[in-house]
Ligand binder design. Structure first.
Ligand code: CP
Length: 315
């Protein structure tokens, strides 16, 4: 693999192998000296045109733990404010010696475009492109789900696991990448949210639900993945009020008690507490939100290692 652009880049066996590699990296992260010499001499550029806490910092940490050099670029405060394009920015950073570019951008398709033009030779990793995809988030979610179900995770997939993704499906790159990857791994993935926030490609499908209480009763999920309401991507009014959204689609104490004790709750962060998830649910024993964050470092180490440690294949 030269680039990671989409969760669809993985076959079943490749996805399981990547999760196994992330488990190896997790063992490194549990050591006192959390460092491997593997990517010494390589340079990773975090090219972030959108804000991020988890993804940017975990890619930085992942690269450093593999002994790579890291350049952190944030559009705010850069020459992007003077009108410099994605192409010129990426070429400028590659001229300084980048081997991999981790790209977050508000335009869907931006990572694909950077990878499939002759603009740069670096490996491109999609760290979130608009409302399109966020493949490393799907990998860390799959890793968290697999760990919650198995003592001995290596070699296992998610066959038969029932996952309910709840909320703003239309604007969510997390939902799109998870639908692809979790399905590849054999999970039964359902979505639930307001009809106005369901993509037209899913409307009318069997695994699409519009009321959370009903969806919980019907699906009996092993995993409930709450999505952030992405106000910044909404160009219209998709639900009457925040109070109404929270009443019908929010995870709260009463809905949490309707779930099986073993059901885990995921959220990619940042959470809008009081909107899509209440504090009791976010901080409950079912919540694996901080496990997701921890696994993010291991997954990104695995991805950087896979892309940069061997010979580059042709795109
Ligand atoms: N989950 C996620 O992408 O979080 P950040 O926006 O903080 O990177």
């Amino acid at each position: 693999m030269r680039h990671l652009l989409s969760a669809a880049d993985f076959s079943h066996d490749e996805a399981v192998a990547m999760l196994d590699l992330a488990e190896d990296m997790a063992e490194v992260n549990d050591r006192e000296v959390k460092k491997l010499p593997t990517l010494r001499g390589k340079t990773v550029v975090n090219l972030f045109f959108e804000d991020s806490t988890r993804t940017r910092i975990s890619f930085e940490l992942a690269a450093k733990r593999l002994s790579a050099d890291v350049i952190n670029f944030a559009a705010k405060g850069s020459s992007v404010s003077k009108g410099e394009s994605l192409k010129d920015t990426a070429q400028t950073l590659e001229a300084m010696g980048a081997d991999a570019i981790v790209l977050r951008h508000s335009s869907s398709g931006s990572a694909f475009r950077l990878a499939h033009t002759d603009w740069v030779d670096s490996s491109i990793i999609n760290a979130g492109d608009g409302s399109h995809e966020h493949p490393t988030q799907a990998l860390l979610d799959a890793m968290t789900i697999r760990q919650s179900l198995n003592q001995d995770v290596r070699g296992k997939d998610l066959a038969g696991v029932r996952v309910l993704i709840v909320g703003d499906i239309s604007h969510s790159r997390v939902a799109r990448s998870n639908l692809l990857l979790l399905t590849t791994l054999g999970a039964e993935v359902h979505v639930c949210g307001p009809a106005t926030l369901a993509p037209s490609s899913l409307v009318g499908k069997e695994r699409v639900h519009y009321l959370l209480d009903e969806a919980i009763r019907q699906v009996q999920p092993d995993v409930v993945m709450m999505l952030r309401v992405q106000q910044e991507r909404m160009t219209a009014s998709f639900f009457p009020t925040e109070r109404e959204y929270s009443r019908v689609w929010g995870l709260n104490k009463s809905r949490l008690s309707a779930l099986d004790d073993k059901t885990i709750v995921l959220h990619p962060g940042p959470m809008n507490r009081g909107l899509e998830i209440d504090a009791a649910s976010a901080d409950s024993k079912n919540s694996k939100v901080l496990h997701q964050v921890r696994n993010g470092v291991s997954v990104r180490m695995a991805v950087l290692y896979s892309l940069l440690s061997g010979e580059k294949e042709n795109a």
